[in-house]
Design a protein around this ligand. Sequence first.
Ligand code: C2E
Ligand code: CA
Ligand code: CA
Length: 562
Amino acid sequence: MIRWTADLEIGVTEIDEQHKMLMQILQDLYDACSRGEGLSYIKQVTYFLEWYVIKHFNDEERLQKKYKYPKIEGHVKLHKVYRDEIRVLAKEVREKEATIQHIAKVVDYLNRMITEHMKGADQALAYYIKHHEIYQEESYETFKRDSLTGLMARCDFQKLLEGKVAKDRVGEAFCILQVDGYDMVKGIYGYDLGDEVLIYVSGVLREFESTDCYIAHMYKDEFIIYVEMQEPELRMHILEKMKKSIYDGFKRKGSIIPLSATVGIGEIREGDTLKVALQKANVALEAGKESGGNQIVVYEEKIHQQMMQRVDIIKMLQPHSLRQHLRVVYQPIYNLTTQKIQGCEALMRMVDHEGNMLSPMVFIPIAEENHLITAMGYYCMARVCKDFAEIKAKLPDLDYISVNLSMHQFKDKQLVEKFANIAKAQNVSLANIYFELTESIVADETGKMKEMIKALRSQGSKILIDDFGSGYSALSYLAELEVDIIKIDKHFLKGIGENSRVECVLKHMIDLIHNLNFKTVIEGVEEKEELEKLQKLGAHSIQGYYISKPIDKNQIDKILKK
Ligand code: C2E
Ligand code: CA
Ligand code: CA
């Protein structure tokens, strides 16, 4: 894969033994490189250099002491630098694997040492070293480096890659690495720390640059990595190491911010253009960020389809498209004492261009992430208020329709006011609209959401706690809640009838909730036996497929017949 060309011509007359030795090492190193064995040879060379430099340095010092030679400043200093640097290098080569950079460094030292040594030696009459670099196809150093990060600049990288993709690179990959939470760091701690993060990450990445791993600073906190290897495991290993080094290093620096990264890998397939290959890495990166970041994702067609679906969903959820794509269905809530349908829960559905119904489990999180949930929430509320009269006509005992509210909707400070206006416009009393909230909203420590919930209640609405018991509910805080109804999560029904302990828990929970003056709704009732059990346990209301699935308002007559 790596082709080294050693084009070297050395002409020296009358040189001393040490020169000969250095020259020979350099020549051998070139030869090994052109045979593709440079990496295995470099260890030996580095150890030799370590020994040579130490010895030479000591000798020189001793000689100076003995003969009171005038101190040649540059000469001695340079050797001290060599000594330290080469020691570090030898240590690295000993502890880690040797890399192409090590070869480059050693060649550089050898060249400098030969030159310096010549200056100080009387016998050396002439020498020249022609073409003393090691060439490699498209050498790194011919490219400009980005001033902030010290990495290859984006435009040069693109040029380099265009050439690469043109050749047969199938199986190799583009990877895009992005620092997780960079915008937040920059936003909170300012540009300086933002730059510090970039400089730090670039520093870590530079360590990984080699002739089969090209890295460039792409954009902001994005780095692009081209790994010229066809073995996916090896590539993954390198990327894992990068990720780990970024994390460990920043932690070691004593920083309070953990620094993780997400990587997308796009493997080059037959016929891929540069753009396509890069785009694959991008898609994989996006998928990785969406599922929480701090991971490495390899592009797959399936991921692409999911991303495309996401984009479609985002388009369909734009405020002007809601009328076309959003529906509200209703699921009855049945009062076990009066044996009447007392309420309905409004649940959103999405209809795509082909007429398929999408579950809110799919589109609500996307709406929340893209800040589209607020507009959707108002749309849903308006729909519910419009439908209220029609549903009430079919279900005369209907007291309320409950609307789900997610945490994100509370970001709109005018939420309560807007809801009141919507209800008023449709001539619906807010006393007929309840709101379902999850425990995390009600337990909000900041008090901001509490204020809004209070305002909703003061306008006559009742508040239900949704999915109660599905998280880590602390019973102690139930006593402090200012809500009206507790909806017990469907998981509590699992095992009822088979396991007397499950029943016991449920019974005590219902009693406790009732003793605290809240009403209960048990969700997910699918069987007649469950209904009967819950009736015995004294539950107030139930909701579930046994009574009815969520249905269109036009189908409500049908449940009544049932
Ligand atoms: P949720 O509020 O817990 O809604 C109850 C979910 O349980 C509904 O799923 C309903 O169809 C389902 N379900 C009802 N009865 C049964 C049953 O007997 N067995 C089983 N296995 N499931 C049953 P759906 O409609 O898919 O809604 C899922 C979630 O989406 C809702 O959970 C709610 O969190 C969210 N959601 C739906 N509509 C809205 C909305 O308008 N606004 C917001 N913010 N969230 C909504
Ligand atoms: Ca709900
Ligand atoms: Ca629920």
